[in-house]
Design a protein around this ligand. Structure first.
Ligand SMILES: [Fe+2]
Length: 174
């Protein structure tokens, strides 16, 4: 075994000049994601998709709620990362609040109901959701499911409806 001392080459501003490695996909870059006056058409009701990762089974989106509201009770099959960019929200089941500028990690298996309280003009949160949402009744019985594949289908239908074409969603697929 070698040394356990971490090493890193000295940083230098010299770009890689070789060929792209085999099977490497394009980076995905979405501008103006926090420009909240951005093109209304890009928002699918409350969600603006930023990434549909069909190879790893996750999606990234912005959730926007403009008045107080509820997001249906659900259980997660995988981890969720949530960074709150604007406003605040909480889960009816937990004592903590997601406030502007905060980060929350939602553990797999947790069952919760998202509420944006009265008095919050606008809430925007960046979610990274792995696996599925299983929508449940108050006793935890499954009622519906949503995952990267159903989200992608919904986005395609939305973009088609607003005149951008269903293919518009494909730029967010990796
Ligand atoms: Fe959740």
């Amino acid at each position: 075994m070698g040394s356990t001392t971490p090493t890193r080459p000295k940083a230098e501003a010299v770009a890689y000049r070789g060929a792209t490695l085999p099977n490497v996909l394009e980076d995905l870059v979405v501008p103006n994601v926090v420009d909240l006056d951005f093109e209304e058409k890009l928002w699918n009701v409350w969600f603006r998709p930023l990434m549909f990762n069909v190879t790893q089974g996750y999606f990234v989106n912005l959730l926007r709620v403009r008045k107080s509201g509820i997001l249906s009770r659900h259980r997660h099959t995988g981890p969720v990362h949530a960074t709150t960019l604007k406003g605040r929200w909480h889960y009816l089941e937990h004592p903590w609040w997601a406030t502007e500028g905060s980060y929350a990690f939602e553990v797999p298996g947790d069952i919760h109901t998202l509420e944006v309280p009265d008095g919050v003009e606008e809430m925007v949160t960046l979610f990274h959701v792995t696996g599925a949402y299983i929508y449940v009744d108050p006793d935890g019985n499954a009622q519906g499911i949503e995952d990267v594949f159903s989200k992608l289908e919904l986005a395609r239908a939305h973009y088609k409806e607003v005149g951008l074409g269903g293919d518009f969603a494909d730029q967010f697929v990796r």
